[in-house]
Write a protein that binds this ligand. Sequence first.
Ligand code: HBI
Ligand code: FE
Length: 291
Amino acid sequence: MKTPLTKTSTSGLRGDYEDAASDFTVAQQWKSYTAEPHARWRRLYANQSRLAERYAAPQFVKGLKRLDCADGIPRFEDANAVLGPATGWQLVAVPGFIPDDHFFDHLAHRRFPVTRWLREEHEFDYLVEPDVFHDFFGHVPMLLDPTIADFLELYGKAGERAMAMGALDMLARIYWYTIEFGLLRTERGLKVFGAGIVSSPGETVFSIEDPDVVRLPFEPVRIMRTAYNIDSYQKTYFVLDSLPQLIDGLVDLDFGPIYESYRDSPPLPAGEILPGETPLRTAQTTGEPTA
Ligand code: HBI
Ligand code: FE
């Protein structure tokens, strides 16, 4: 677990774990958001939803519209009224990063932890910790997709075994390179669907347009062996042919022997291309607007 931050924000909400329950949930306290963070949310939303129309997967664009959250920091209970009937997921408010075992337990029960505080002005492009914009704008639209909904529950259920086998890093890379930084091939070209990308204006453009970054076909074992950066744009992205490939590619894998084979060796550095691998060329990536 990353060390929780102490309070640093003018909102007073950042990393405030004092009122957290034993499962690390808190009340969202929606009424405590002042006009200032609501206005910042509106600008973040306006900027990123415009980029999403061009660069994000249709499932994301459609999900975002259903959440109807352009006007200010959304109430999680309003989103729950949409999510529940659609895919059975519910949002729970958290103070920020929570311990791995609690994070997995929430996902295994179709509860998605959403951080309640909003980033500051100077953090518009990217921040290392999740905030409400990353967690809500980035993740919740995809929770309305039935495949992503099922995949996240499976990921939560896989957590316990990975931790017991000392292979949490390997499992976490699957989440990182798909749910956070995944790309998807579509009829209109390559699109983004990972929450870490769609909540960052710079990386949304970079991940699709950069001519040199390595884009490899989705391959679970390769992903489990690949290191990632948390403080810069990714050097490697993995590309799904379809969202169901996420589940199809993972359900039949026997994780135990894979963990045993690789957990004690250093991971492959991000950005490396192995013999026999063919990254996608940029000519294959540029696409038309999604919406
Ligand atoms: N807590 N709030 C929050 N959000 C995360 O994405 C998160 C977390 N705790 C642990 C964690 N992620 C990862 O380290 C696990 O997926 C392995
Ligand atoms: Fe995230």
